[in-house]
Design a protein around this ligand. Structure first.
Ligand SMILES: [Zn+2]
Length: 348
């Protein structure tokens, strides 16, 4: 049987259960690990995150979660491992970085595609490094990311290779493809909503991955539904064999609380399902369980990712999908069966 690689070991895919493909147990920004205001006590954070996750697992059957926190964004393998042990959740960590405008430390900007490939490969096969120390805790997927920062959202300028993807991002995407060829792991991506106004950032990522021989059938393009521009752009992604991630459900991101967003996403999903792409959709939040900057408030809209509850998908969004003709079997396909196929690390 195929297996996923979690922070507590390799697990057969039939033990995955309902899977969230893009979440964050702990989330900060590069540099936050040096700031007094965002310091935390590991055991307190583990207790708080575990309590919330376990309640969600008990109520809604979540079994597996991909922690999409990149290496330079406070990724803490030990925290993930302790939460997994305490809750029984399958937690998949990722190897990878933020977009270049927000992350990719200088250390990594100096590295070649081969060196970066080796970084991903060692994260996946030997274990991740935290604050200079080898942890032995392995990543189980790769994250790639492109686009601008969120303080002044704007489309990305044209990059050096005729795409709106910049030189270090380009290098990391090529390395991700090469590491995927060695490990047969999943690649999960961050695209920027604003970039859909000037290009199709999902397709741009897929083009580079394809140039390096990646298996697009094991690629999830994230945030492609966040600011829907019409079904054509999303269809262009699934036509190439990749999966699109329906995310930010219940979380307004670069929206002013647009209540029509759920309806618009559900409508696009219906169109894709009618065209035969049910196997190429997954559903998740992109929420964070704990942000050491403080709790979510209306005054801190950047913290709203923490404000949506783990029940929102099943209590609010799934009923909307049912209204559009989706069955419970369809939801099972998108939240259990598709993640099994995508997240299994097929070299295991
Ligand atoms: Zn995220």
């Amino acid at each position: 049987m195929k297996k996923i690689r979690t922070v507590t070991g390799d697990v057969p895919v039939d033990r995955m259960g309902v899977t969230l493909t893009h979440e964050h147990l702990l989330y900060t920004y590069p540099g936050g690990e040096h700031d007094h205001r965002s310091s935390y006590v590991l055991e307190d954070a583990v207790a708080r995150i575990s309590a919330e996750l376990k309640a969600g697992m008990d109520a809604y059957g979540y079994g597996t979660l991909v922690d999409m926190t990149p290496a330079e964004v406070g990724r803490n393998p030990e925290l993930m491992r302790r939460v997994a042990e305490r809750t029984g959740a399958n937690i998949i960590a990722v190897s990878g970085f933020f977009p270049e405008r927000m992350g990719i430390p200088y250390w990594f900007r100096r590295q070649s595609v081969d060196e970066l490939t080796d970084f991903y490969y060692r994260d996946l096969t030997e274990g991740m490094v935290f604050a200079g120390a080898a942890t032995g805790i392995k990543a189980g997927a790769i994250k790639i990311a492109t686009g601008q920062e969120s303080v002044h959202p704007a489309p990305s300028p044209m990059g050096p290779n005729g795409r709106r993807i910049h030189q270090y991002e380009d290098r990391l995407i090529r390395a991700a493809a090469r590491a995927q060829r060695k490990t047969l792991c999943c690649i999960n991506t961050h695209t920027d909503p604003m970039d859909y106004t000037v290009t199709n950032p999902g397709v741009e990522q897929l083009e580079i991955l394809e140039e390096e021989g990646a298996d697009l059938g094991k690629v999830i393009v994230g945030h492609a539904f966040v600011e829907p521009r019409g079904v054509e752009q999303i269809e262009a992604i699934v036509r190439r064999g990749a999966t699109v991630q329906v995310d930010h459900i219940g979380i307004p991101w670069r929206f002013d609380g647009d209540e029509g967003l759920d309806e618009s996403m559900a409508g696009l999903m219906q169109v894709l399902a009618d065209k035969g792409y049910m196997d190429q959709m997954v559903i998740t939040y992109d929420r964070w369980f704990f942000n050491p900057r403080g709790p979510a408030t209306q005054e801190n809209p950047q913290l709203l990712n923490q404000g949506v509850g783990l029940g929102y998908i099943f209590e609010t969004f799934v009923p909307r999908l049912r209204g559009k003709g989706f069955t419970d079997a369809d939801v099972h396909r998108m939240m259990v069966e598709n993640p099994r196929r995508l997240l299994s690390m097929d070299s295991l």
